[in-house]
Design a protein around this ligand. Structure first.
Ligand code: NAP
Ligand code: GDD
Length: 324
C-alpha cells in the first residue's frame, strides 16, 4: 500500500519541495490549503506538481477544518510546515503569529491524537528558537532564547510536540532547521531579496538594493536538501529532535558579495543600509552543529552557499527577463 501524507504549508517553499519528494517516493500527497484572495499556487505550478496533489481547504487556526483534513487524507505521516514564518512581520502581528505558528501546531497535534494517534508527526521547528545564542555552535542540547514573537511561538509549538510525544506516545519529531533557501524562497527573505535585486540591477531595471543589518550571520542551506531530512526523521523507529544545518555561517554582507560577484558587479556600489529594515531585536549569529543528523539519519547538506546563490540568481535572471 502506498503511504499517504498530509502537508500543512504545502504552498510554501518547503511544502512544495517536500510534496515533490513524497510524490517521487510514491506517496499520495494531501495539502491543507488556506483560502486566499490571490494566487498562492505558483510554487506547485513551477515544480509541475499542482495536478498531482490533493488540496484540502482549511486553516491551521480552525480546529474543525484541521480534523476534517485528517479524516479526508487518512494520513500516515503529517508534516506541519504551515506558519506565519516571516520574523519581521511577527512584531507587527504577534497575536496572529501566536495563533498560526504556535496554536496551529497544537491544533494539528490534537487532530492527530483524536483521529489517528498512530500517524507520525513532523514539526517545523527553527534555529530562531536559539535567538540570543547561548553557545557559539548550536546543537540539540543548546538552551533556547527566542528573540522574536515568531521564535517564541515556534518554541511553544516545539515543546508541545515534545509533550505530545512524552504524554501520549505519539511518533512526533521536531526538525530544528537552520535557514534554508531556494529559487522558490519568498521575496521578503534576505537571500531572495538580494538575488532578485541582483537580477534587476544586472538587467538595468533597478539601481540599488536597500537592506537592514548586513552584519547578521546565518547558516544557509538549500531547501531541497533539507526536506529530505524531514522525511528521514519520520522513517526512524523512534521519534526525536534534530538540528539540520550546514555547519558554516556567513554574513549577509558576504552573501551579497557572492551574489553580485556572480554577475560581475561590485556589491558596494549598489547596497545601501536602510535602518527601516532593522529589527526591534536581532539574532546576530546562527551556526548549527548537524552531527546528530549525520549519525542517526545519515543526512548532510550537499549544496554550498555559492551553488545555492548561483541557482537563485539564475532563476531570478530568467524571471526578470520574462518580465515577471
Ligand atoms: P513559507 O514559504 O512562508 O510557507 C508558509 C506556509 O504556511 C504557506 O504555505 C502558507 O500558506 C502557510 N500558512 C500560513 N498561514 C496559514 C494558516 N493560517 N493556515 C494554514 N496554512 C498557513 O515557509 P517555508 O520557508 O516553506 O518554511 C516552512 C516551515 O518551516 C515554516 O513553519 C517555517 O516557519 C519553518 N522554518 C523555515 C525555515 C527556513 O529557513 N525556510 C527554517 C526553519 C523553520 P499561504 O501560501 O496560503 O500563505
Ligand atoms: N528579510 C530581510 N530583509 N532580512 C534582512 C534584510 C532585509 O532587507 N537586511 C538584513 N537582513 C537580515 C535580518 O535582519 C536577519 O538577520 C537576516 O538578514 C536573515 O533574515 P531573513 O532572511 O528574513 O531570515 P530570518 O533568519 O529572520 O528567518 C528565516 O530563518 C529562520 C530560521 O533561522 C525564516 O525562514 C524563518 O521562518 C526561519 O525560522
Amino acid at each position: 500500500m502506498n503511504k499517504r501524507a498530509l502537508i500543512t504549508g504545502i504552498t510554501g517553499q518547503d511544502g512544495a519541495y517536500l510534496a515533490k519528494l513524497l510524490l517521487k517516493k510514491g506517496y499520495t500527497v494531501y495539502g491543507l490549503h488556506a483560502r486566499r484572495a490571490s494566487d498562492t499556487l505558483w510554487r506547485l505550478r513551477e515544480l509541475d506538481i499542482l495536478d498531482r496533489v490533493s488540496l484540502l481547504e482549511g486553516d491551521l487556526t480552525d480546529l474543525s477544518s484541521v480534523i476534517r483534513s485528517m479524516h479526508a487524507s487518512e494520513a500516515d505521516e503529517v508534516y506541519n510546515l504551515g506558519a506565519q514564518s516571516f520574523v519581521a512581520t511577527s512584531w507587527m502581528q504577534p497575536v496572529l503569529t501566536g495563533y498560526v505558528t504556535g496554536l496551529g501546531a497544537v491544533n494539528m497535534l490534537e487532530a492527530l491524537r483524536l483521529t489517528n494517534p498512530s500517524a507520525r508527526f513532523y514539526q517545523a521547528s527553527t534555529s530562531e528558537m536559539f535567538g540570543l545564542v547561548q553557545s557559539p555552535v548550536q546543537s540539540e542540547s543548546t538552551p533556547f532564547y527566542p528573540r522574536s514573537p515568531y521564535g517564541a511561538a515556534k518554541l511553544y509549538a516545539h515543546w508541545m510536540t515534545v509533550n505530545y510525544r512524552e504524554s501520549f506516545g505519539i511518533h512526533a519529531s521536531s526538525g530544528i532547521l537552520f535557514n534554508h533557501e531556494s529559487p522558490l524562497r519568498g521575496i521578503e527573505f534576505v537571500t531572495r531579496k538580494v538575488t532578485d535585486a541582483v537580477a534587476r540591477i544586472k538587467l538595468g531595471k533597478e539601481k540599488q538594493l536597500r537592506l537592514g543589518n548586513i552584519d547578521a550571520k546565518r547558516d544557509w542551506g538549500y531547501a531541497d536538501d533539507y526536506v529530505q531530512a524531514m522525511w528521514l526523521m519520520l522513517q526512524q523507529a523512534t521519534p526525536d529532535d534534530y538540528v539540520i544545518a550546514t555547519g558554516r555561517t556567513t554574513t549577509v554582507r558576504e552573501m551579497c558579495q557572492i551574489a553580485f560577484d556572480y554577475v560581475g558587479l561590485d556589491y558596494e556600489k549598489f547596497v545601501v543600509v536602510d535602518p527601516k529594515y532593522f529589527r526591534p531585536a536581532e539574532v546576530d549569529i546562527l551556526l548549527g552543529d548537524p552531527r546528530k543528523a549525520k549519525t542517526n539519519l545519515n543526512w548532510e547538506a550537499h549544496t554550498t552557499l555559492e551553488q545555492l546563490i548561483k541557482m537563485m540568481v539564475d532563476a531570478d535572471l530568467r524571471r526578470v527577463d520574462r518580465g515577471e
